[in-house]
Design a protein around this ligand. Structure first.
Ligand code: NAP
Length: 343
């Protein structure tokens, strides 16, 4: 058995010299190198920005979506949406462990969730069994490879596999929220009723304490009641985040001043400026959304004379999986909501 590069560059087909995430095509032959892991895939959790784009283009027609997903994977060797560039993650069972794979505590048959993006994970789909339009999950028969540098979490036996998959897909968001938010802050979460939105609101509420405030921003009135019932926000604003000035005016009307931290967890493009406008110069915007444009954020902030600190939403931060799974254990309401949608 050969030993491959720990970052998986030995599987890059084109262009040469790049890492697997940036590659247009990677080798998805399912014969492992000695430092790789072979996974029998159960379900893919397609990144929300990617799934929304595929669903829109296919008019929610499942057979067209199936064709599009299969086509992407056969052309690229990985599930990386060519428009959004994003991937998602997967759960599956360990099928084979290379002798040089670093974690010796894993056994064949263990159920794991990968914590690296599908946009760099070699994947082969034999059959798509079902596409869940309501929760971005795709059940498949297929196999995937994890590189030596790939991170993953064992799926706890006391939680439904698909709930764990859904939560870990966005684990970086509540964990980064935990790091960015301080006691007494006012925090805005744009896309607050979504999957990462509720997790971020919960974590922000926990961090700000009694003198702080969490403002949830949602696009539709119908989302207010459900979010309110979760008890993770102090105020909720209904606004379309692509309309930056409207969002700004509504936040100012409610709060009299801009907020300290804004977490952007929408799944559509053109929401950079609402996040920037509502945040203080001394504040921080965390762009977790994969639909974020660096150009729009950077030039847009400059254009309105904002000195805000902008953070790219790294999906990984130390301890993110543990924090997110603990959050689901702590909050019965959020766990129940996730079980209803994803469990
Ligand atoms: P989600 O559950 O679909 O949540 C997105 C939320 O944004 C939904 O509640 C949606 O409302 C709301 N929204 C859509 N358009 C809006 C608008 N114009 N104004 C205000 N809110 C709007 O998605 P998720 O799974 O939490 O993911 C959120 C984002 O994180 C996505 O962009 C995803 O690609 C990204 N992501 C990033 C990473 C990373 O590593 N950085 C990892 C995973 C996911 P409706 O449902 O009513 O449309």
């Amino acid at each position: 058995m050969n030993k491959g590069c720990r970052f998986g560059t030995h599987r890059v087909v084109e262009p040469s010299g790049v890492l697997p995430q940036a590659a247009l095509k990677i080798n998805n032959e399912m014969k492992i190198n000695s430092n790789e892991l072979l996974i029998e895939v159960i379900t893919l959790n397609i990144d929300s920005a990617s799934f929304t784009q595929i669903k829109d283009v296919c008019n929610s027609d499942k057979s067209l979506m199936e064709e599009m997903i299969s086509d992407i994977v056969s052309k690229r060797g990985k599930m990386q949406n060519p428009v959004t560039g994003s991937g998602g993650m997967l759960i599956g069972r360990v099928k084979e462990i290379g002798t040089d794979f670093p974690d010796k505590s894993l056994s064949v048959g263990d159920t794991i969730a990968t914590l690296v993006s599908l946009s760099l994970t070699p994947l082969k789909i034999k059959k798509i069994r079902d596409i869940k339009l309501e929760n971005d999950q795709v059940d498949i028969d297929g196999e995937a490879i994890l590189f030596e540098s790939g991170i993953y979490a064992k799926v706890p036996s006391d939680m439904p596999e698909k709930l764990v998959l859904a939560a870990l897909d966005v684990a970086g968001a509540p964990a980064q929220t935990d790091k960015l938010v301080s006691k007494g802050d006012t925090v805005a979460v744009i896309g607050a009723a979504g999957k990462s939105g509720v997790l971020c609101c919960y974590q922000a509420k926990k961090k700000v304490g009694n003198n702080g405030k969490v403002i949830g921003i949602v696009p539709f009135e119908e989302q207010v009641k459900g979010l309110k019932e979760l008890g993770v926000t102090d105020d909720i604003i209904v606004a379309d985040a692509t309309k930056a000035v409207d969002v700004y005016e509504k936040v100012m009307a409610l709060n009299d001043e801009q907020v300290d931290v804004t977490i952007n967890v929408v799944n559509v493009p053109n929401c950079e400026m609402s996040a920037i406008l509502i945040t203080k110069d001394s504040g921080v915007v965390y762009f977790f959304s994969m639909a974020t444009s660096f150009t729009k954020a950077a030039l847009g902030a400059e254009g309105v004379g904002s000195d805000v600190t902008m953070i790219v939403g790294n999906g990984y931060t130390k301890g993110h999986a543990e924090l997110t799974l603990n959050l689901l254990k702590e909050s019965d309401k959020i766990r129940k909501l996730f079980e209803e949608i994803y469990g």
